[in-house]
Design a protein around this ligand. Structure first.
Ligand SMILES: [Mg+2]
Length: 435
């Protein structure tokens, strides 16, 4: 290992990513979709496409019009109703939780800390003879999956582990470092966990295995779909160095812009700055994280996902300049919120305590505001009776019909085109909204 970079190699972290998540959920609901190019849409965008569609040039976040031009036979499925995806996400998490400390990231990604399970297998003499999956090194050539998502790293071609010696039966190979022995076991656990997700929940996943969340996440998509990749700690500093700064998990558009303004484009560029100067520019938390991350280190712990701390419904629309329009938009959003509250109540037997309204306004740039009140008792006590009944009745119908009906109901509710603008907000109404 490069003496300039000392990595904490004591942990075994796996990052799982469900391949084309929304598309897989839809294929499971209607298996006929497996063999035809299909994409899931929200508003005017493709949120994900299945692999037959990807082969024909359909990509994530593409406009529907462009996708249809590239692939005229493309089957489009409305992904506005998120409940089936939430359900799938829960099911996948519950399988993975059996293997270690599991933290959900969005709907289709999970971090798993399997350090304890690895140690326990080592103590029982359950060593793994070799790594399972691909081995990523800084020498492997990368290709870009989509131009606007540099963090989605893909290896240009398959790469297998080529270390000559193999572990003898019942014990680690000589000269092996402890982290190497541990990561071999971790790669076995990753493979077992992926097989369990496939058998029990029916989803294909890809996984990355390394000693931190950042490294595991960076390599998990290298050999998508349905495969896994290991990154060994000694290779981490050289691997991260040439990557665009945006590939570091947690670096979004805003931070990327700030970094670009200070002349940083690659991860390696960040190494020129001392920890103190990064902290003074970006604050203690982000500054120290960047200082570690650019050296391939990430001490962030995997935190067990519990019930969500809050439930959010949100949407964007072209304009909302009157009180009437604001009320109309809330009337569109609230039914979804009430359904979610009922689902949450059924699962965790709890009720929310406060209600927060957030909105964005375009002034010079975007300004954000929010206001909170205690949760109205009525809404908390009897969530969405008539909406839920409407959905339950729809549930009796054939699955595909129920699906179409639910999507249509949501689109009908989300018809902001019919939003009455009324007269501009009065000073009193504006005060009311800002209170
Ligand atoms: Mg995914």
């Amino acid at each position: 290992m490069d003496p300039n970079f000392t990595l904490n190699t004591s942990r075994c972290i796996i990052h799982f990513d469900v391949d084309a998540f929304y598309a897989q959920v839809e294929e499971k609901r209607d298996p006929r979709l497996k063999d035809v190019p299909m994409a899931v849409t929200q508003k005017y965008l493709i949120v994900t496409a299945n692999y037959p569609a990807r082969r024909l040039g359909v990509t994530k976040l593409q406009g529907i019009t462009v996708a249809k031009e590239r692939c005229p036979g493309l089957v489009l499925i409305s992904g506005e109703d998120l409940s089936p995806y939430r359900q799938a996400s829960k099911q996948i998490l519950s399988v993975l939780q059996r293997f270690g400390v599991a933290e959900r990231l969005g709907m289709d990604e999970v971090f798993l800390d399997v350090t304890e399970e690895v140690r326990s297998r080592m103590a029982r003499g359950m060593f793994a003879p070799s790594f399972i999956g691909h081995m990523h090194t800084s020498k492997v050539e990368l290709r870009q999956e989509t131009s606007h998502r540099p963090m989605d790293l893909r290896a240009a071609r398959p790469q297998v582990y080529s270390r000559p010696q193999q572990a003898p039966q019942g014990g680690p190979a000589q000269q092996e470092q402890e982290w190497e022995v541990a990561l071999k076991i971790a790669s076995t656990i990753a493979s077992e966990a992926r097989a369990a997700v496939k058998a029990e929940a029916g989803y294909r996943t890809s996984a990355g295995i390394s000693c931190s969340k950042m490294l595991a996440k960076l390599v998990s998509g290298m050999h998508k779909p349905d495969d896994q990749t290991v990154l060994l700690p000694p290779d981490a500093p050289a691997f991260v160095a040439p990557l665009p700064a945006r590939t570091i998990p947690g670096v979004g558009y805003k931070l990327e812009a700030e970094l670009t303004a200070t002349g940083v484009s690659t991860v390696n560029d960040l190494r020129a700055f001392s920890k103190a100067s990064l902290v003074s520019s970006f604050g203690e938390r982000v500054g120290s994280y960047l200082h570690c991350a650019c050296r391939g280190e990430d001490p962030t712990p995997v935190q067990q996902s519990g019930p969500p701390r809050s439930i959010t419904v949100e949407d964007s629309f072209k304009s909302c300049t009157s009180f009437t329009a604001a009320v109309h938009i809330l009337q569109i959003l609230v039914p979804d919120l009430l359904i979610r509250l009922r689902e949450d109540f059924e699962e965790y037997q709890r009720r929310p305590s406060s209600l927060t309204l957030k909105w964005r306004q375009r002034k010079q740039g975007w300004s954000r505001s929010s206001t909170s009140i205690p949760m109205p008792v009525q809404a908390a006590a009897a969530p969405a009776k008539e909406i839920v009944e409407e959905q339950d009745t729809a549930g009796d119908a054939h699955e595909a019909d129920r699906r179409t009906a639910a999507a249509a109901a949501i689109n009908r509710r989300r018809d902001y085109g019919a939003c009455p603008q009324g007269k501009p907000m009065s000073k009193r109404e504006e005060r009311l909204l800002n209170k």
